[in-house]
Design a protein around this ligand. Structure first.
Ligand SMILES: *Cc1c(COP(=O)(O)O)cnc(C)c1O
Length: 436
């Protein structure tokens, strides 16, 4: 259980909403720092440990900077994500390039930056050599063990149905091809589930990758530089979700390390992670305001945010906790009993644009501030412009209590920007000059 209290008070939210028009995503620097520190502490038994924050979870450079300052590197998958890492001043082996179906241009940039290359398929060895050049000394291979990925009493997921990674039977050949091209050492990587609960996902995955590492080392003589456990640690979106205990997870990986790698003479392998959701998810929220109340076959709270700002509920039916904060000068509604049942909806012309369905909440009034929790990862970054909806601003709440606009809200000019050079650009400019 967790109590889902927002990380800001009613008074703080009111002050912020005076300053920044709703809706906006708000990020908590102190929370992100504390999570990064706890992760590093949990894996401090491994001298080479590194967290590569998955940039796709929150590609705002100011957020990335908070994590880089805590000692995190970045996991990038595309040219633009590489550019963001570069803009934050991160390069070399502080970048993991975990791409798939990769164009040569992206590989070239990753190579110029000196990033670790995480190859998703066997054909990429030849593709890289043909389109970019000689492979670097250390190359990572992405593993897909097939079948179901099973833990004690759980099926985490079904890798066999995943497009990612190489089959174990292809890894030996990959090592031989790499060895013949002068590659000195490999890393092994796998991401076999997402938003996992409990503390067994990483230890189970570590066991699988460690055994694979020992086998490949024995069969091909290839040196193993690191094992990359990737992302996938979950967060408690719902009040009944039990939070993961990163310390227990770190100790579980350590037990597997000492049982499998150390006796095989591979005790110098570094452990890497590429967590996104775990690092940033709980440390963001979407601040929105009730625009309309509608009572038809359901009771609807229409807010000024929509799926353009947070698509997870519409896309996956994902639960995001909602707190009603209330009005300026009014009672703190987070303390009020949940007496009403609402659907909390946005304004997209899509019936699935609902942040919450049949949710028990305190009575909502037009103008009330609401907080949609856990939008710090895969929130703004999955946003889109359907219906001409403009994505909201991002605000960073610094550890000292000050706040900073780290991305402005989109304007119609952003939405029309890619029509430049067409005959409509001028007319759209004229339309934007009109006052509403
Ligand atoms: C999405 C992704 C991650 C991050 O996953 P989380 O669930 O946010 O931890 C890490 N690595 C790769 C390659 C990914 O695609």
């Amino acid at each position: 259980m967790n109590d889902k209290t927002p990380f800001v008070t009613k008074a703080q939210l009111e002050a912020l909403a005076e300053h920044y028009p709703t809706p906006f995503h708000l990020y908590d620097e102190a929370g992100m720092r504390a999570t990064a520190d706890a992760l590093l502490e949990a894996f401090s038994w491994n001298p080479g440990f590194r967290e590569y924050f998955a940039v796709k979870a929150n590609p705002n450079p100011a957020v990335m900077q908070v994590l880089a300052d805590r000692g995190c590197g970045f996991d990038c998958a595309t040219l633009s994500e590489l550019m963001l890492a570069e803009a934050v001043g991160v390069r070399g082996h502080d970048i993991m390039f975990s791409s798939n179906d990769t164009p040569a241009r992206d590989f070239r940039r990753a190579t110029r930056l000196g990033a670790f290359l995480n190859l998703d398929s066997l054909d990429m060895i030849e593709y890289y050599e043909r389109t970019v050049g000689a492979l670097p000394d250390v190359v990572c291979l992405r593993v897909n063990p097939g079948g179901d990925f099973v833990g004690t009493n759980t099926i985490f997921d079904t890798p066999e149905e995943s497009k990612f990674g190489m089959m174990p039977s292809q890894l030996g050949e990959a090592c031989r091809l790499l060895g013949a091209r002068g590659v000195q050492a490999i890393g092994l990587h796998a991401l076999l589930s997402g938003n996992t609960h409990g503390n067994t996902y990483y230890p189970t995955l570590a066991r699988l990758l460690f055994e694979e590492a020992v086998r490949l080392n024995r069969e091909t003589g290839m040196r193993i530089a690191f094992v990359n456990l990737s992302g996938g640690i979950g967060i408690p979106y719902a009040p009944e979700d039990e939070p993961c205990d990163i310390r227990v997870i770190g100790e579980g990986v350590r037990a597997a390390f000492e049982e499998i790698l150390v006796p095989a003479g591979l005790g110098d392998v570094a452990i890497y992670t590429e967590l996104g959701r775990y690092m940033a998810g709980p440390h963001g929220c979407l601040v929105t305001r009730c625009l309309h109340l509608k009572h038809t076959y359901h009771d609807y709270v229409g807010v000024d945010a929509c799926a353009a700002d947070l698509i997870r509920p519409a896309m996956y039916g994902a639960y995001h906790h909602v707190s009603v904060i209330g009005q300026e000068g009014g009672p703190d509604k987070t303390l009020a009993p949940a007496t009403h049942t609402y659907d909390v909806v946005g304004g997209l012309c899509e019936n699935n644009d609902r942040f919450a369905i049949g949710r028990k909440l305190p009575e909502v009034a037009v103008g009330d501030l609401l907080v949609i929790h856990d939008t710090g990862a895969h929130g703004r970054s999955m946003g889109y412009n359907y219906n001409g909806r403009l994505r909201s601003a991002e605000v960073l709440l610094h550890a000292d209590g000050t706040h900073e606009l780290i991305r402005r809200a989109e304007t119609p000019a952003d939405y029309f920007a890619t029509l430049d050079g067409t005959p409509y650009a001028k007319r759209l400019n004229d339309a934007m000059d009109e006052q509403d």
